[in-house]
Design a binder for this molecule. Structure first.
Ligand SMILES: Nc1ncnc2c1ncn2[C@@H]1O[C@H](COP(=O)(O)OP(=O)(O)OP(=O)(O)O)[C@@H](O)[C@H]1O
Ligand SMILES: [Mg+2]
Length: 512
């Protein structure tokens, strides 16, 4: 007989104009790692918010049975009291507080009303050891990379005596080794009797770690697959998610490459606050019309710093080097100068740089190209709506209308709005930084198709991605970056993951 730690029966949740969940059932066995898969906007995050009391009892229909008892949570504190802890898609740590302060925030270690910092720090150290994090409890969280912040979140969960840990896309922003570490930790916690639910778009990960997988499509439960024994393939999961076989992950594309559009020579960028530190070191590269060029590099190699510094010096100081557009040297000292020269940069961090969450889809799409939509200082409102509607359809952005607030969209759909915004500037050079992070497999294919179309229109496209198969699948040429230096460039037809990896980890071969 199976022992369910959690049963969610017939959960239905509506938002104005959106039926996010309809009659969803989820059964999780005690001690297992249970994955939840589904397309962007399928309802995964919403289901977990219902479970954890973010959406309190009374705002949804259906029943939740946890640990043999029917529960009705009025808030997230209620669910935590029972041992359910959720780590959200967007991390919620406070950057300027220390690791220990973050761990015990709202759950302070106090003695007679005073916070006992010695106890807090020593308890924190013990928790950090449990998650394999080698940092001092007094380190400000903002100084840690995303991978480590993720571990602090888990340490925080452990401090609350978690029985059921929910992770919403925990590895979306992590590199391979941080992801490995995190998955290893989940397995360890499993041995200690902690049950986990993990949402992820990385199907390889799910295949390797999950005991079972529930698939949600359009707000309904499709099926729960037993992953033990390894009989379930990624293709099988995809079929459940999209409702049909997806025979190819990358669209076919024959590049029609023209003249050089962008050339960068000897580009050097220093760290914004540590003047002696070189982040990009004498990088030279070029991109031709119709060409899709990849940039591969490990975390910290300087990929984003290279892109952002080219985009109107929005990163770094003491920048030197030259940028040529169609053979003519250009100045790109500010973002608006860069946009004026037809350069666009779609950022990896959609919440920080890419989107205005309290504006609607329409305003976000038009934000970088208002000059094109206005006449005599007035924005043509009808045209603005029409343009946004076109992108909503083309990109398959899941929202009732373009008047929906960007902040209410699912993570993957926010990413599609960011892409629409930059594509609409009709740039000559489009730099895409992790364009498919958090995007489901089906929508990835749509985005690759759009990237191909932009190249076919004669644009020069640069794609930065941590997923080497993605670079190999869509790029014509791939540059490798290691410690701020370009260490090689290979036509994709000749490159392999191994050859790229070798160049990505190459030490500097000469002293400048
Ligand atoms: N607060 C809200 N107000 C209105 N609609 C919402 C709200 N939160 C979510 N939705 C809508 O509910 C649906 C499900 O969203 P949810 O965030 O659960 O998707 P998801 O499966 O987590 O997708 P992703 O993989 O992109 O993160 C989407 O159509 C979304 O726009
Ligand atoms: Mg989500």
């Amino acid at each position: 007989m199976s022992d369910h730690i959690l049963e969610m029966h017939s959960i239905t949740k509506t938002f104005p104009g959106v039926k996010a969940l309809q009659d969803v059932t989820l059964n999780v066995e005690r001690g297992e790692i249970h994955a939840i898969c589904g397309e962007n906007g399928a309802g995964k995050s919403t289901l977990m918010k219902v479970l954890s009391g973010v959406y309190p009892a009374g705002t949804y229909d259906g029943d939740i049975v946890f640990d043999g008892e029917k529960v009705e949570f009025g808030s997230i504190n209620d669910s935590e009291d029972k041992g359910i802890v959720i780590i959200h898609q967007e991390l919620a740590l406070v950057p300027f507080l220390s690791v220990a302060e973050n761990i015990f925030l709202g759950n302070e270690r106090s003695a007679r009303g005073l916070i006992d910092w010695n106890k807090a720090n020593s308890d924190a150290a013990a928790l950090l050891a449990r998650v394999g994090l080698d940092e001092l409890p007094v380190t400000p969280v903002g100084q840690l990379g995303v991978g480590k912040q993720q571990l602090v979140e888990i340490a925080k969960a452990l401090s609350k005596r978690v029985k059921l840990l929910i992770l919403d896309e925990p590895t979306a922003a992590l590199n391979d080794s941080d992801s490995e570490h995190l998955l290893g930790l989940l397995r360890q916690l499993q041995e200690q009797g902690i049950t986990s639910i993990m949402i992820s778009h990385k199907l390889g990960e799910i295949a390797s770690i999950a005991d079972s997988t529930t698939i949600i499509r359009d707000g309904r439960t499709i099926e729960t697959l037993d992953m033990r024994g390894g009989g379930v393939t990624q293709e099988r999961i995809i079929k459940g998610m999209v409702g049909r076989e997806l025979d190819q992950r990358y669209p076919d594309h024959v590049a029609n490459v023209g003249d050089e559009v962008l050339r960068v020579e000897d580009w050097t960028v220093h760290h914004p606050t540590q003047p002696g530190r070189v982040v990009v070191d004498g990088a030279s590269l070029n991109v031709r019309a119709g060409e899709i060029v990849g940039i591969a590099g490990l975390m910290g190699a300087g990929r984003t710093e290279l892109a952002m510094s080219l985009f109107g010096r929005s990163y770094g100081r003491d920048i030197s080097g030259k940028v040529f557009l169609r053979g003519k040297e250009i100045r790109t000292r500010t973002v608006s100068e860069a946009i004026g020269h037809g350069i666009a940069y779609a950022t990896e961090d959609r919440k920080k740089y890419g989107l205005n969450l309290i504006e609607d889809i329409r305003r976000n799409v038009s934000a970088a190209s208002l000059d094109k939509l206005s006449q005599g200082g007035w924005v043509n409102g009808n045209e603005e709506v029409k343009v946004a509607e076109d992108y909503r359809r083309e990109m398959n952005i899941k929202a009732p209308t373009v008047m929906a607030l960007a902040g209410k969209l699912s993570g993957g759909n926010q990413q599609k709005v960011v892409l629409s915004k930059w594509i609409h500037t009709d740039p000559d050079v489009l730099i895409l930084d992790e364009p498919t992070r958090g995007i489901d497999v089906g929508a990835k294919y749509e985005i690759y198709t759009i990237i191909n179309r932009l190249a076919d229109e004669g644009k020069a496209v640069i794609v930065i991605s941590s997923e080497l198969p993605e670079l190999l699948g869509i790029c014509d040429r791939i540059y490798t970056l290691s410690a701020g230096r370009i260490t090689g460039v290979l036509p994709s037809s000749e490159a392999t993951q191994e050859s790229l990896m070798e160049l990505m980890t190459k030490e500097r071969d000469h002293v400048r």
